[in-house]
Structure formats: C-alpha cells, structure tokens
Write a protein that binds this ligand. Sequence first.
Ligand SMILES: [Zn+2]
Length: 340
Amino acid sequence: MFNLEINDLDKKIWDEELSDFVPEKVYDVHTHIYQWQSNLDKNKNTGPYKYQGENFQNVSFDLLNKVDNELMPGRVVERLSFPFPYNYPCDFNNSNQYVSAQTNNHQESDNLILINPMMNEKEIIQGLQSSQAIGFKPYRTYSKTGDITNCRITDFMSEEHIKIADEKSLIIMMHLSKKYGVADDENINDLIFLSEKYPNVKWILAHCARSYSAWGIEKAAKKLRDLKNIWYDCSTVCESDALDALYTGVGVDRVMYGSDDMIGPMRGKYISFGMAWSNINENNHSLKLDHCDSRMTFIRYEQLRAMKRGSRQIGLSVKQKNALFYNTAKNLVNSVKSLY
Ligand SMILES: [Zn+2]
C-alpha cells in the first residue's frame, strides 16, 4: 500500500513557503480516480504503469482525501475527477462506472467520462447519463492515427463528440499532443477553429495547456486569450516562469488549481530545458548532490511553489487566490450542471 511519509524537509517547505498560500477551500479540477483492474494489458505488471500496480491499485475518493489531508492539512477539497487513461486495451466501462460510484457520494464533487474516438454517439450519451458526468476526458493515447506524439485534437476526439459537448455545454479536459504542445501552430489553429465552431464547449487545457515552461504559453496566449470558452489547469507544472507566463498571458481568472493525483504525492519535479520537459525523480538521475540537502519533496509542493512565485509579477489579491484555488472551477462546473 502506498505510504505517505512527511519528513522534516516536506514540513519545512509546507510551513515556511506554502501554508499561507493555499486557501481553506480548494476545488481540484484535475483528479484521476481509477482501478488497476481497468488496465486490461496482459503485460501490465512490467508496462509503463507498473508503478500503480506496485503502489496503489485503487485510487478511491477516500485515498485522495487522505493524500490531501497529509499534504495540505486542514484544507477541504472538492474535485473534478475522471479515470486514468490506460493505453488500449482499457476497460472504459469499468473506468467510468468506478469514478461515478466514487464521486456520486460526494455532492460537491463532479466527474467526466473517459472516451475514445471509436465510441459511437449512443455509447457516449449512455456513458454520460449512467455516470452523471459533466463532460469528457479524451486522451492522445487513443489517437486514430496511432501516433500519440504528433496527433491533432480531432485525431483522438472525433468532431461528433465535440458536437455532443457543444449541444450539452459540457467540459472537455484536453491534454494537448505534439512536441511543442500549445505552441504548435496546428494546435493553436485547431483550438481557434473548434472553439468558434462549437462555442458552448468548455475547454480546460491541462497542465498550463501543456506548457511546462514559459515559451509555449507565451506564444499561444496572444492568440488564445480572447477565446471565452477556454480555461487552464496548472496541474504538475513546477516552474514559476510557466505560471507567470500563463497568469500574465491569458489572465489569472482563467487559471485553476489541479493536482493530477496520484502524481502530486510522488517525490520529484517537472523540469524544463531547451524545448523539452520531463519528470525528474529519485530513481532517474545521477546528479552529484553532496554539497546540499539532496532530498526531493512532493511534486505537489513544487507545483504550489511555482503557483505562488509565478504570481509575483501580477500580485494575487485574496479574492484572486480564492478564485484560482476554488471559485473559478466551482463556477465553471456549476455552469454546466445548471443546464442539466
Ligand atoms: Zn491527468
């Protein structure tokens, strides 16, 4: 079983840097709830997600609460949750039913269904109804092209599905593909085209629009900032520069806190260099660190540090901070639920 141990380093960072930044009420707009059994890959115990099988086979609402209680003591957290997007073969039905069962006991929280571009309209509508979901979680790994690195939005989410989201004013949690993420011209043009053609869709661009450094969103913000149906979550982005570029580029009122749990409680950091970004953790580096305290803290804390320090230039008022952590997300999900 996954075991969180808060050590003196973690405690120091929380107490000295973060506890005065995180408000009492939090809406986490990017949370995964899942069961290992939804991963139908026969070789899953040696596959890319084997860390899940080894550490936490079921990520329930209660486990997420436990993690948040440890990492952000005293905070009350509501969530927008959706399944973990396992590669094919994935049990979509079980994935969605599990999230729904976990979330429906928590009236203040909401859920999205995991979809793939092969699903027909009937399956999608049934999935929405049986899960009482307020939108979709597509993912690039389900691209019709088979190329998960260079696919366009409509390669992994059919336009018919976007049309359903438009008719029902649903949320689409969008993790962009392509090597330059949101800085890719095709992605920018697709977002402009799709948001103009389907104006009722509420897009959330995950991970600062997949801009783990400043350059991506710096380029895209000029073109996306006027689109009224796009929001951004800052889950797992750990560089202040990226958050600064997002806050100043699209406006902090479009930005929402998200954890991408169970990523937050892992130790490490998402770092960037050149035009690249990656997770660095205790098991994948060979840096010589004798000159300093070499321990790593939680990705959650590195993200919160970046959210805090990235706001130096704009200066967050209490109202803006509460919006960033709660009100913007709450208003967004309520705007969808009120139409249901
Ligand atoms: Zn995620």
